[in-house]
Design a protein around this ligand. Structure first.
Ligand code: HEM
Length: 221
């Protein structure tokens, strides 16, 4: 049983499992964030964020999410280091290795996404958690005004540029990550591969396009 955590394939399985979970989270997170640009009333977003921040099931999900992010990073790092040790010499000819364009930059796009996440947490998550967000009382209930916080951030050009650049790098990470997760679970044969490749592109375009629309629409409104 312990080999599932320590064998090479076990580590890949764990990393991909966490990856699947993060892929699902990104869709839900995007769906909720789009409320800021769909509705003029900030309370629509604030009420959903309030539910997400107080519901016990969502709180459990949040702990699993943070665990999933950590697990994904730890297993990715171990596998990357093992790869470097197993193949110490870089290929002398460019494109010699038989890997796709996106797969070659997984560690780079991962590091950029990690830096983005640290800044993103400081921008919103920690601010909300440690009570540094403006609050509103509606019908006797106290809400964090996260919607106004998002709008205020994306009225500033440097934030817009930084977030959109980060989304593009995240998209590169997702195109390969999506396919790789399915491959790990054996869905890689002549019948499924083209479907998974197409789904990976659709998924990544939706995530990058949807997220990019938020700062753009706010900045230009
Ligand atoms: C324009 C796009 C985005 C906006 C407006 C946004 C906004 C927010 C806000 C307001 C929170 C705090 C929620 C709370 O504490 O109640 C949050 C949390 C979080 N965001 Fe984002 N986010 C965006 C994109 C992303 C992306 C692309 C990622 C992943 C790479 C991400 C990952 C997270 C995570 C992991 C959390 C903590 C868990 C949670 O509270 O749901 N976000 N985001």
């Amino acid at each position: 049983m312990s080999t599932i955590f320590t064998s090479s394939i076990g580590k890949k399985l764990m990393m991909s499992l966490a990856g699947f979970f993060l892929l699902a989270f990104l869709l839900v997170h995007l769906g909720i964030n789009l409320l800021v640009i769909i509705y003029d009333d900030p309370m629509v977003y604030n009420k959903v964020a309030h539910f997400m921040g107080t519901n016990i099931l969502v709180k459990i999900f949040e702990i699993v999410l943070m665990g999933g992010i950590l697990l994904h990073i730890i297993y990715a790092l171990i596998l990357q280091i093992q790869n470097w040790i197993a193949r110490p010499k870089r290929y002398s000819k460019a494109n010699y290795s038989n890997t796709s364009f996106f797969s070659k930059f997984m560690i780079h796009t991962a590091i950029i996404t990690l830096v983005f996440l640290a800044i993103h947490f400081a921008d919103f998550y920690f601010k909300a958690k440690f009570g540094h967000t403006e609050t509103l009382v509606v019908d006797g209930v106290l809400y964090h005004d996260l919607a106004t916080e998002i709008v205020d951030k994306f009225k500033m050009l440097p934030f817009v540029v930084f977030y959109i650049a980060a989304f593009i790098f995240l998209g590169f990470h997702l195109v390969h990550g999506f396919q790789s997760a399915f491959k790990t679970y054996g869905l890689d044969n002549s019948r499924f591969t083209p479907v998974i490749q197409a789904l990976a592109i659709v998924y990544s375009v939706v995530i990058v396009g949807g997220n990019t629309m938020i700062p753009l629409m706010i900045y230009f409104s």
